[in-house]
Design a binder for this molecule. Sequence first.
Ligand code: DX5
Ligand code: ZN
Length: 218
Amino acid sequence: DRSIKIAPSILSADFANLGAEIQAIEARGADWIHVDPMDGHFVPNLTIGPNVVAAIRPHVKTFMDVHLMISPADPYIGAFAKAGSDMITVHAEAGPHLHRSLQSVRAEGKMAGVALNMTTPLDHVADILDDIDMILIMTINPGFGGQKFTHAMIDKVARCRAMIADRPIHIQVDGGIDPTTAPLVAKAGANVLVAGSAVFRGGSVAQPNIYGDNIRAI
Ligand code: DX5
Ligand code: ZN
């Protein structure tokens, strides 16, 4: 299904009210809920662990998309799977055995994504496409919300779309997606658009945000 999906990142939500924030963005048209665990090692920030993912799971009625910024990822795949993730994305740069990580995710019965940092070429995954359900093209350096979109990644998205041809692989973009950049990446072939600060501007959907009542306006 290559229809455009909007995946708000709860990294920019009010962490003291995650359940309510998730309910609010789903009511406003979110297709997936994007969750960003960070380990303070692979990226210079610490965010959430499997216990928090398990706690928010009952509030997610759509699809929970978990983007692991953790190295090594393998010791935690089981915990994030049991916490209720639907998609688990591991970074290609997070360890020497990406294929094993993907096998572990699928062995847990979950969809398997691969995130590519901006300097990691598409070639990294070209030979294992049958083992991948989603390719996440990073459009910022991971670690923080609110950074500026990197326009050089638009061509990478287009080349990724050509590479996967008619395989059932989602192309996700993450970083600096807003109403200006979303059409650019969608036109290039991305079909899952993550947006954090653009959705939760002000730190909470309870406050006015640029989408009014409809996140799909992105
Ligand atoms: C950053 C995360 C993103 C982040 C995006 O490493 O992977 O999901 O929330 O935030 P924005 O949309 O504000 O760039
Ligand atoms: Zn993310």
